[in-house]
Design a protein around this ligand. Structure first.
Ligand SMILES: [Fe+2]
Ligand SMILES: [Fe+2]
Length: 370
């Protein structure tokens, strides 16, 4: 972990808008949700190593991706229209609560991406201009996404204090290749999550509980392009996706991302119900698609069709329910801790078993693209 000072204050020009804060009619500032392993994280990395990165093994593809970023397809996309007026008042209190949580989590993740990309572009600007430019374009997109989500929160009389978050969140240090795995997966899983919701709502327009969902189709194409950028970057650093070490780390990151999402989404299944979706079915679809996509660059992917895979994820869900139950009530902290220990241990054991399940070599899984 490094102190938050390692991350500079974002440029005002590209920062997600917090302009309403401080004005007499400003919405209430929302306290960030309590940090758990399931809440979005903020990352920092080794900027020197990033700056020194040799892109020549895949420079052409990276240049082509940068050219796509320059086109800025969504420059005029995120503009609110009259549909937003009064839309928040139409939600019943329960749906409102879960929807605000969704907005908050999504806004925090977008903002976390913005901070990381912005800082990367700033720190490597002189030494690695192509990479720096790509990160700057991605920071632009994430700022837009975060700003748009934050504006939707203000429809509910709330707003995230992004400045406060920047200064007070703990930053997790990841060396560059772990940043590649984690951000690649979060971009691709973000794409599949948003596109799955979009396609479902296209077929079931009555479940469109808020006009923000009209914007996800174009928005998720940004995430898809960001994912493709990390795919190309990993191919420029072949060591990151070849050999035993890479195979182990790719398995680890796939599992961490899938398990976290599954446990979190099942815990807030009411949000998916409000959209007419079953959280488990939705997650299974997103996991299958992300796993399949990852085989284009990761040397191995997970065998998510193995009958034990979801049995074990369900055990994590149950342990997590027990952990939350142990947290309730008025027992003193040490007693709560003792009650939680067995469930933590059980979770660790399940994760270990999941990790040790045989993965699938990507060339077997997607021979055509590799
Ligand atoms: Fe985004
Ligand atoms: Fe993104």
């Amino acid at each position: 972990m490094v102190p938050p000072t390692a991350v500079a204050t974002p440029d005002a020009a590209t920062s997600p808008s917090n302009a309403a804060i401080g004005s007499p009619d400003a919405p209430a500032i929302k306290d960030p949700v309590k940090d758990t392993i399931l809440t979005p994280r903020f990352y920092t990395t080794d900027f020197e190593a990033m700056a020194a990165m040799d892109l020549s093994p895949n420079a052409q593809e990276l240049e082509a991706i940068c050219e796509e970023f320059r086109k800025d397809y969504n420059r005029h996309h995120f503009v609110r229209n009259e549909e937003f007026e009064g839309a928040a008042d139409k939600l019943d209190p329960e749906t409102r609560k879960v929807f605000v949580e969704f907005l908050e989590q999504s806004c925090t993740s977008e903002f976390s991406g913005f901070l990381l990309y912005k800082e990367l572009s700033r720190r490597i600007k002189t030494k690695n201009p192509l990479l720096a430019e790509c990160f700057a374009h991605m920071a632009r997109d994430e700022a837009r996404h975060a700003g748009f989500l934050n504006k939707a929160m203000s429809d509910f009389g709330l707003q995230l204090d992004l400045g406060f978050l920047t200064a007070n969140k703990a930053y997790t240090y990841f060396k560059p290749e772990y940043i590649f795995y984690a951000t690649y997966l979060s971009e691709k899983i973000g794409y599949w999550r948003y596109i799955a919701i979009f396609r479902h709502l296209e077929k079931n327009p009555d479940s469109k509980i808020f006009p923000i969902f009209n914007f996800v189709e174009n928005g998720c194409q940004d995430e898809n392009r960001h994912g493709d950028f990390f795919d190309a970057l990993m191919k420029a650093q072949p060591k990151s996706v070849t050999g035993l070490r890479a195979r182990l780390w790719c398995r680890f990151f796939l599992l961490a991302v899938f398990a976290t999402m599954y446990v979190r989404d099942v815990a807030r299944k009411e949000f998916y119900e409000a959209l007419g979706l079953d959280a488990r079915d939705y997650d299974k679809y997103v996991i299958a698609k992300t796993n399949e996509t990852s085989a284009r660059v990761f040397p191995v992917v997970l065998n998510v069709d193995h009958p034990k895979f979801y049995t074990r994820l369900e055990r994590l869900v149950r342990n997590n329910n027990q952990l939350s139950a142990a947290d309730q009530g008025s027992a003193p902290a040490p007693v709560k801790l003792l009650r939680k220990l067995p469930f933590w241990a059980a979770n660790a054991a399940e994760m270990a078993k999941l990790f040790l399940m045989s993965p699938i070599r990507s060339e077997q899984f997607q021979p055509a693209v590799r």
